[in-house]
Ligand binder design. Structure first.
Ligand code: GH3
Ligand code: MG
Ligand code: MG
Ligand code: MG
Length: 314
């Protein structure tokens, strides 16, 4: 069995059986055993602890084990917020097992049957085999999480990338539309960056972009605000619940933060690297699509460039 802790839930209405099964399962080593004496308790325990595996006696005080599994599998009780659902194996325990029962149990969502009284070696072998798959599944889940995280980050600056920006703008757009809150956008573009590369080299250009990305991130104080690398030397900021005045203030803070980096640029504004900012806000989102907000921020950025750079325009 792979490393990591597993939790097994034993659902049995007989205290003696619970004790027996608990003792047997404790031989597995890295396993915690929890108990439920009926379906009601089982449902609570599964919701609270998300066990790795469940053993369920067919005959429970408050009903039938097969019916309980049907409810579990219908996700009546499993709240799964992630897109990734994890398989939780279920083994039925029954003194009598016939074909019809096995068919019904498997169709309901069970995975295996064991005769009562339970053979210790068979129980341990089956549980081990199932936990092996649960362990592999955990590894896949962890890899999936890592990949998902990587896919939304920009490789150079380590801040969110364009994909993240597009998704977040979409989500925040809908949220603000629902709640009636304003939504602001800032587009930021490094001034005379082509010349920066020409003078100091591409590697220095990369370092400059990292420093700019960092300064922009550190200028945001609210958790719901985010900055992403929008393209080459352009960045985009999403400010949910912020109006034009607030967004303007954030833009001004960012502009100052970048000047304060004091990155030399002989062809830049007053010999340091600077950025230009275009700000746009929308209050009535129902008659202004997200693309229009983006266009409006882009127009403001264009104005900032035209009016001399190192400035914030709305
Ligand atoms: P403006 O003030 O009008 O924005 O002038 P600019 O020179 O910054 O504008 P332009 O769009 O002409 O140049 C952007 C430059 O950014 C050109 C491109 O080589 C550089 N660039 C884009 N991505 C990267 C990158 O990842 N690393 C480096 N070093 N340079 C990059
Ligand atoms: Mg540009
Ligand atoms: Mg340009
Ligand atoms: Mg530029």
């Amino acid at each position: 069995m792979p490393a990591g802790k597993y939790e097994i839930l034993v659902v049995d209405s007989s205290a003696a059986n619970r004790a027996l099964l608990g003792e047997c399962l404790s031989q597995l080593g890295d396993v915690d055993v929890a108990f439920a004496q009926d379906g009601g308790e089982a449902i609570q325990q599964i919701a609270a602890r998300s066990p790795s595996l469940v053993l369920i006696d067919i005959h429970l005080h408050d009903g039938n084990g097969i019916e309980l599994v049907r409810r579990i599998r219908n996700r009546e009780i499993l709240k799964d917020e992630s897109e990734f659902s994890l398989w939780m194996p279920v083994i039925f325990l029954s003194p009598l097992i016939d074909d019809d029962m096995v068919a019904r149990g498997i169709i309901a969502g069970g995975d295996d049957f064991l005769h009562k009284p339970v053979s210790e070696v068979i129980l341990l072998a089956k549980v081990r085999a199932m936990l092996r798959i649960v362990g592999m599944q955990r590894e896949i889940h962890a890899a999936h999480r890592r990949l998902k995280q990587i896919s939304t980050l920009d490789g150079l600056t380590c801040i969110p990338n364009r994909r993240y920006f597009d998704d977040t703008l979409n989500t925040e757009w809908k949220r603000c539309q629902r709640t009636g809150a304003p939504l602001s956008l800032i587009l930021c573009d490094v001034d005379y960056f082509k010349q920066f590369n020409d003078i100091y080299g591409h590697q220095a250009g990369d370092l400059c972009l990292k420093a700019v990305a960092n300064a922009l991130s550190e200028s945001l104080f609210r958790v719901e605000d985010s900055v992403a690398r929008y393209g080459g030397e352009e960045f985009a900021v999403i400010l949910p619940g912020t109006d034009l005045r607030g967004a303007n203030a954030v833009g001004e803070r960012m502009r100052t933060a970048i000047r304060d980096l004091r990155i030399p640029h002989t062809q830049g504004i007053k010999a340091f690297v600077s950025c230009s900012f275009g700000v746009a806000a929308s209050r009535n989102l129902s008659d202004c699509p997200a693309e229009q907000l983006l266009r409006s921020a882009d127009q403001s950025l264009y104005q900032a460039k035209k009016r001399g750079r190192n400035r914030v325009e709305t």
